[in-house]
Design a protein around this ligand. Structure first.
Ligand SMILES: Nc1ncnc2c1ncn2[C@@H]1O[C@H](COP(=O)(O)OP(=O)(O)O)[C@@H](O)[C@H]1O
Ligand SMILES: [Mg+2]
Length: 281
């Protein structure tokens, strides 16, 4: 069992606070106001190291998407501070952060090429540079033969590749993905996981991946944060210890079962709470 056979420590000890974190969240709380204010998240602290692939798992409705939105500057925290590359995040997605959302966010009326070029065109980038970067991103995601196709002509996995290419083309230094493979079948999900690992290795970007799939988190991550039921806080942090050149074949490594088992034992009681059965042991 080696490295993974560790006693759960106190919550404070899970959070490794890094002086040179790529992104850092301190004392983050998010309460949605209203007649009955809804405490969705925190308080929590989190550091994501430069080049780290960090995943978050947690019960449905625990605040995972809220965490991503807060880090991306899309939702203001009720309390706490967020820094990306040392600068405060507020009000908009910082330059250098790219977001891939859960739903298929491709524009059905644009070709693959134009979908991928969309953000650059809006940003007023030079046309020759746009062509160069779009060709690279389209090629990187294995879509070269489909540049002139429309999203409706593609499979779900292909459309999700288009969405990732749209983010990749912006050359992000940190990529945030909110359950990007949730709608895909198991085999496609594993293969898309390999694509994500390749992208992560070749770009050197840091990655925050939100997922409800424990196997996906276990296979892809350097470190996995397990969240409590709402309001989401970290109740466990699991370092996988995988090599940087890993791929989906790691699912047959004996350590893979150990990591997945640890994630599930941390998550099980919380998931029971989330479905309204707190008493079930
Ligand atoms: N804009 C909003 N206004 C009010 N409540 C919200 C809003 N967004 C999310 N919530 C609530 O906050 C909680 C956490 O939501 P979310 O972050 O989407 O959870 P997860 O992604 O873990 O499933 C849920 O109870 C959800 O209903
Ligand atoms: Mg969500």
């Amino acid at each position: 069992m080696g490295d993974h056979d560790v006693e759960p420590a106190t919550i404070g000890a899970y959070v490794r606070l890094m002086p040179e974190a790529h992104a850092s969240l301190r004392g983050i709380t998010r309460v949605f106001p209203g007649d009955k204010p809804l405490h969705a998240l925190g308080p929590l602290d989190l550091d994501i190291a430069r080049g780290e692939l960090f995943s978050v798992v947690g019960p449905s409705g625990c605040g995972k998407s809220t965490l991503l939105d807060v880090l991306a500057g899309l939702s203001a925290p009720t309390a706490g501070t967020i820094r990306f590359e040392g600068n405060p995040v507020a009000g908009q997605v910082p330059d250098g952060i790219g977001v891939v959302f859960q739903e298929d966010a491709s524009f059905p009326w644009l070709t693959v090429h134009d979908n991928v070029a969309f953000g650059l065109r809006r940003g007023g980038v030079d046309p020759a540079e746009i062509t160069r970067r779009v060709d690279y991103a389209v090629g990187f995601m294995g879509l070269r033969e489909f540049t002139r196709a429309y999203p409706a002509q593609l499979s779900g996995g292909m459309r999700q590749r288009v969405c990732i290419a749209r983010t990749l083309v912006l050359q992000p230094r940190m990529i945030l993905l909110d359950e990007p493979f949730g709608a895909l079948d198991q085999q496609t999900r594993l293969l898309m996981g390999d694509e994500l690992l390749r992208l992560w290795r070749e770009t050197g970007a840091s990655v925050l991946l939100i997922t409800h799939a424990l196997d996906e988190a276990a296979m892809l991550s350097d470190r996995v944060g397990v969240m409590s039921a709402r309001p989401g806080r970290f109740i466990d942090m699991v370092e996988t210890g995988w090599a940087r050149d890993r791929d989906s074949r790691i699912v047959s490594d004996p350590s893979f079962g150990v990591v997945t088992g640890r994630l599930w034992s941390s998550l099980r009681a919380e998931s029971m709470k989330a479905i309204g059965r707190p008493g079930v042991a």
